[in-house]
Design a protein around this ligand. Structure first.
Ligand code: SAH
Length: 396
């Protein structure tokens, strides 16, 4: 295995188990490192530090292990088994009412660059590093062994997640058209082929459940609905009416299909293919929408900031969006508002929402502070893994 030699003192964060090595920490490397190659990382004195995947760019190595062990079938199996055991011990895996969960959450499961979501008998695997892409078949083999008949298919979906390459999406194990997943007893079509992320936003499961508890008798507006996750939970929670909005026609189609799958011919649901900002603006101006009033609004937009440079504008975007919702929500209403931008901290987000409330001149109380669920764990040595945050607000 080729080696990477660190500059003096640059091993400190690694001794505290931070799983990334930045290019600036490297003194020199053995010759001809290939993109994605598995490398040993050593100090200037040659002392072993870690083994990881090398990649050009600011994060030069993603650490797989801090022990000097071979990266073989046994290694992959032991990492995957530990991921599965954690989900079993907290009742997420092997649960009759729920066959949809994240099995591997990158650094949170000590497997940087790898995401695996489980939808019934199908695992959807996604690589976010070239190293994981190169190891996909070994990982798949270990996954089949560890999951022991729980899965029959593995769909590999990394077409848009890797630098310089676009590996074609497709099954690397099995193959099945059955794409209905069950989340807390509700059914959803999962679009592995074209859907965002691995086809579904598994990370909102618990927040959707919370929404269900508050939906009874409410007029619900689900903005940025994508697959209609929040809408379907609101309907089961006995909402008076549920309106879903997304600017993507495909998302609206998927939302309608998912509502139909769970609540056939239910007149309480309507879906609108419209820009969220325009929709909120139209609530008191257009003739069609002037009658629409909402007591419960969900704002779950895509990440407004994908990198640190976009932070300032993203915060302005969150303020503008939340301000519109505060202006339109009925007195005594509840707002579920989220940000999934990793670079936007809890404090940033709360401040943006605070500004929005003040601009809309509404009295607002925080009922819940939400985050990603337990199957998206944060490695304590890698706080960068925290990304989803939400607030549930009572608006007078
Ligand atoms: N709440 C969803 C996930 C939302 S993903 C869930 O629980 O699964 C973000 C969605 O926002 C995508 O479907 C995207 O099409 C939609 N979107 C992006 N920009 C938008 C805009 N300006 N107006 C409305 N929808 C938008």
């Amino acid at each position: 295995m080729k080696q990477i030699y660190l500059k003096r003192g640059k091993e400190e964060s690694l001794l505290r188990f931070h799983p990334w090595i930045f290019s600036g920490a490297i003194h020199h490397t053995d010759e001809h490192l290939e993109e994605g190659e598995t490398v040993r990382v050593v100090t200037g004195n040659g002392d072993f530090i870690a083994i990881g995947h090398y990649q050009e760019g600011s994060i030069a190595v993603r650490v797989l292990t801090f022990s000097d062990v071979p990266i073989d079938d046994q290694f992959w199996q032991s990492r995957l088994r530990s991921a599965l055991q954690m989900r079993q011990s907290i009742g997420i895996a092997d649960n009759e009412r729920n066959n949809t969960y994240r099995l591997v959450h990158g650094e949170g499961d000590n497997l940087p660059g790898l995401i695996i979501d489980i939808y019934g008998e199908t695992a959807v695997m996604q690589a976010h590093s070239i190293g994981m892409h190169l190891c996909r078949h070994e990982v798949a083999k270990a996954l089949v062994a560890v999951m022991d008949k729980r899965i029959a298919n593995i769909y590999y979906k990394s077409e848009t997640t890797l630098p310089y390459m676009e590996p074609e999406n497709g099954f690397i194990y099995g193959g099945s058209d059955d794409n209905i997943a069950v989340e807390n007893g509700l059914k959803f079509y999962v679009d592995w082929l074209r859907g965002q992320k691995t086809g579904f936003f598994v990370d909102q499961r618990e927040n959707r459940s919370l929404l269900e508890r508050y939906a009874k008798g409410q007029r619900v507006l689900n903005m940025f609905c994508y697959t209609g996750g929040f809408s379907v939970y609101a309907m089961r929670g006995d909402a008076l009416l549920v309106h879903s909005v997304d600017s993507s026609a495909k998302a609206i189609e998927l939302t309608r299909a998912n509502v139909e799958l769970n609540f056939p011919d239910d007149p309480r649901h309507k879906a609108f293919c419209e820009d969220a900002f325009k929709f909120l603006d139209s609530l008191d101006s257009s003739t069609i929408n002037s009658q629409l009033k909402y007591d419960l609004i969900i704002l779950d937009p895509p990440a407004f900031a994908k990198h640190r440079g976009a932070l300032h504008n993203a915060l302005k975007g969150y303020t503008r969006l939340n301000q519109k919702a505060f202006e339109k929500i009925q007195p005594g209403g509840i707002l579920f508002t989220f940000s999934c931008s990793q670079v936007v901290t809890k404090e940033h987000f709360r401040n943006a929402v605070f500004t929005a409330a003040a601009l809309a001149k509404r009295k607002v109380r925080i009922l819940h502070q939400l985050h990603q669920p337990a199957d998206h764990p944060v490695n304590i040595y890698h706080p960068e893994g925290e990304y989803l945050k939400g607030l549930v607000l009572y608006v007078e």
